[in-house]
Design a protein. Structure first.
Ligand code: PMP
Length: 329
């Protein structure tokens, strides 16, 4: 019989899927590493597992313990899966502006969600930061993964995502392209691929316009999960050779094309990463192999990127998603 003991055992070993439609006119091979095949639907399942394993090893988390993390999205789902596997209580602290479908997913997994007032400064006792710190102090056996500083985030990608890409391309990958949020994905995966290839693999970070990593003025943007306004400890910028900076409009248009043309229903940061990958691939010869990481599923964005009204209300064109007329209509 072939089966696993728990769904959390299915983290990792996601497939590479060739992009064949959005790559028209490009000679190089572009392969998407589709992270929504993880059981929680994103690359964050990988870091959740490695962070919890390390916390148990270091005696920071044990029987009867509680995982407390400020997160509204994919990291929460990944942590929920591991918490369910191992019997931990989970409390996620979420600014109330994020309340909605993504937070309902956390509740569906049985997590407790503490909503905090979005409109107070960070040092206010009601803020996201203050409340999560207080809960960690007050709940006995509480452990805070802190994905922006925990070295076991990038380590998960060094020990899994990187080796999987090397194995599945028979060591022929020439370029890695990934969006940068906490930086965990690009730091761990990029470091592994550079080491194993004797530094021939080029590592390209993709960043939203307005984020700090690629320089330029820091301001707001709509793509979720990538970019920052500070430099987190989970990111080692030395791993990255160069950056591509992508606007929300380009990211969202590509996200919609990936669904309609490639059958890949993915999130906005995936569209962003593919825009960066195609810019890189355009100038490469036919024997180049570009691997681009697609971090999460598109189902969490149906009421945003895939909603024509939301797109128009936010100043984006929605033309890629209008129904195509058949020959008789
Ligand atoms: N895309 C999405 C949707 C994410 O949630 C994240 C994680 N913040 C990323 C991309 C970026 O990954 P990383 O944090 O490893 O840089």
């Amino acid at each position: 019989m072939r089966y696993v003991r728990h769904v959390a055992d299915l983290v990792g070993n996601t497939p590479l899927v060739e992009l064949t439609r959005v790559t028209a006119g490009i000679a190089a091979t572009v392969l998407a590493k589709v992270e929504y095949f993880n059981p929680g639907g994103s690359a964050k399942d990988r870091i959740a597992r490695s962070i919890v394993d390390a916390a148990e090893r270091d005696g920071l988390l044990g029987p009867g313990g509680t995982i407390v993390e400020p997160t509204s999205g994919n990291t929460g789902v990944g942590l929920a899966l591991v918490a369910l596997e191992r019997g931990y209580r989970m409390v996620f602290v979420v600014p109330d502006k994020f309340d909605g479908e993504k937070v309902d997913v956390l509740r569906a997994y049985g997590a407790e969600v503490v909503l905090t007032d979005t409109n107070v400064p960070p040092d206010d006792p009601r803020s996201y930061y203050s409340v999560s710190d207080r809960l960690v102090r007050e709940i006995p056996g509480a452990f805070k993964p802190n994905q922006f500083a925990n070295p076991n985030g990038p380590r998960a990608h060094y020990t899994s995502t990187g080796p999987e890409i090397w194995r599945d391309t028979d060591g022929r990958v020439t370029h890695l392209v990934a969006g940068v949020g906490t930086g965990g994905t690009i730091t761990g995966t990029g470091r592994y691929l550079r080491e194993v290839s004797h530094d021939t693999v080029r590592v390209v970070g993709v960043d939203p316009v307005g984020s700090i990593y690629s320089g330029g003025p820091v301001h707001g943007y709509r793509v979720e999960g990538v970019g920052e306004d500070f430099w987190p400890e989970s990111f080692d910028p030395a791993v990255v050779h160069s950056y591509e900076t992508v606007s929300d409009a380009e990211s969202f248009a590509m996200t919609r094309r990936l669904a309609r043309e490639e059958g890949l229903l993915v999130g906005g940061s995936s569209g962003m990463a593919v825009v960066g990958a195609l810019r890189v691939a355009r100038d490469l010869p036919a024997d180049a192999i570009v691997v681009v990481v697609l971090p999460d599923h598109g189902r969490g964005y149906l009421s945003k990127i895939f909603d024509d009204d939301w797109m128009r209300r936010n100043g984006f064109t929605a033309s890629e998603n209008t129904p195509r007329k058949g020959p008789h209509s």
